[in-house]
Design a protein around this ligand. Structure first.
Ligand code: ARG
Length: 459
């Protein structure tokens, strides 16, 4: 039964139903649609459209339906409804007859769907913030396990300068903090209510929109009916937040995949989050991390897809906008899955401290120290950089570390070099010298770790 049958004498073609019907996916909005209807019923009762008795009956049915929806027990498969809104209305009409037929007074599916989707997005956003905090906790736990372990830091994927492993963990905590604040910021604009805007021009019934907004937990009603029913910025903003969040997870994944290679060998991942090869018995693959990297494609695609769908749409509602849902449903659920599995992977991660330290010692990661040492001896930095480059060349020829060159060899390059050079080339010494806030030295990293652990309540 379509909601708009009166004007039509012919039937919809089955292909039209296939392209037009949204119940197969907008059933995801069932709980929010019913929640909106419960509030709407109260609002129109207050406006004199329903008697107290009728309201009580509608509320009774809607609450029962909501419980079923929350338990996932609604039977969508045998329904002929076009979308979730018709599904709920058809149910009420079957149960209550004319009382069910009164619920849609003063409302359009246009303000209804915009409200449902905002409610759904708000719920998801809150759950995702919890996921992001859980992942931050996993990173802090990992940083606690290996607070003073040293790994090579890279630029251009070339060993650059050694860093604390815990500093690497906390870098991702910073990204996640920004991801959380992006979602929180999006929520301030998302949390406005389209209901009461009708199809596009507003409603004629004396609805108290402020009260209705409060009832549904919105900060305020949307202030322009044309805009309210045709705005999907809130979906785009969440998709951008999801894309940025996934990009961060993908970089985390890529680091872990690289650290886990046979060539690097810095980390091992647990059996529970890796898989083997059907052919090569020795393999243990970082599939979870690869899937995080791979799933970025569909999440970024959802953002692009909706931007293109919205571009050039005339005001107000157009059916194109029904295409807003599948992308955001999928993107946010993938983001959720990736945040959860990333936390699991980090909880199983074992750092091979000696191997990582050894790698940090190789690759002339302490060359900057030698240059800084020469600067302290009065040599201008550019000259010091050049002299250090020569020292690296000598060491490369001898296939040894800088600190393995003899004092005589070093003095041939720069006579200012003394015995004390060996202290500054020492790995722990040079790491801990980065002692300003934000650096990788013991002092700032310990302080940052303490701050984050306290904020997140990690022991
Ligand atoms: N299923 C539609 C959507 O998701 C609901 C709004 C339909 N409105 C209309 N005037 N046909 O956008």
């Amino acid at each position: 039964m379509a909601l708009w049958g009166g004007r039509f004498s012919g039937q919809s073609s089955s292909m039209f139903r296939t392209v037009n019907d949204s119940l197969p996916f907008d059933k995801t909005l069932a709980v929010e649609d019913i929640q909106g209807s419960i509030a709407w019923a109260s609002a129109i009762a207050k406006a004199g459209v329903l008697t107290e008795r009728e309201l009580a009956q509608l509320h009774g049915e809607l609450h029962a339906l909501q419980e079923q929806a929350e338990r996932g027990e609604l039977d969508f498969a045998s329904s002929d409804a076009e979308d979730i809104h018709s599904f709920v209305e058809a149910h009420l009409i079957t149960k209550l007859g004319d009382i069910g037929r009164k619920l849609h007074t003063g409302r359009s599916r246009n303000d209804q769907v915009a409200t449902d989707l905002r409610l759904w997005c708000r719920n998801q956003a809150q759950a995702l913030i919890t996921d992001m905090e859980a992942l931050q906790c996993a990173l802090v736990r990992l940083a606690h396990r290996y607070t003073d372990a040293i790994i090579p830091g890279y630029t251009h994927l070339q060993r650059a300068q050694p860093v604390r492993f815990s500093h690497w963990c906390l870098a991702y905590v910073e990204m996640l903090k920004r991801d959380v604040s992006r979602v929180q910021d999006a929520m301030t604009r998302l949390n406005q209510m389209p209901l009461g805007c009708g199809a596009l021009a507003g409603t004629v019934y004396p609805i108290d929109r402020d009260l209705l907004a409060e009832d549904l937990g919105f900060t305020s009603p949307c202030m322009n009916s044309l805009d309210a029913v045709s705005d999907r910025d809130f979906v785009l903003e969440l998709l951008f937040a999801a894309s940025t969040g996934m990009m961060h997870l993908s970089r985390l994944a890529e680091d872990v995949i690289f650290y886990n290679t046979g060539e690097a060998g810095f980390v091992q991942l647990g059996d529970a989050v890796t898989s083997g090869s059907s052919l090569m018995p020795q393999k243990k693959n970082p599939d979870a991390m690869e899937l995080i990297r791979g799933k970025c494609g569909r999440v970024f695609g959802a953002l692009q897809g909706l931007l293109v769908t919205m571009k050039g749409l005339p005001l107000a509602y157009n059916k194109d906008m029904q295409e807003d849902k599948e992308g955001v449903f999928d993107a946010l659920s993938q983001w959720h899955i990736c945040l959860c599995i990333a936390a699991e992977v980090l909880d199983t991660l074992v750092l091979n401290e000696s191997r990582a330290r050894q790698a940090a010692q190789q690759g002339y990661a302490n060359a900057t120290e030698l240059a800084d040492y020469l600067v302290a001896k009065g040599i201008p930095f550019r000259t010091a950089h050049d002299l250090t480059g020569q020292a690296v060349l000598v060491a490369l020829e001898k296939q040894c570390a800088l600190e393995a060159l003899s004092l005589a060899e070093l003095q041939q390059i720069a006579p200012q070099i003394q015995q004390d050079v060996y202290d500054v080339l020492d790995l722990d010494f040079l790491v801990n010298k980065r002692s300003l806030p934000g650096g990788t030295g013991a002092k700032p990293v310990h302080a940052a770790l303490q701050t984050e652990a306290l904020r997140l309540g990690v022991e």
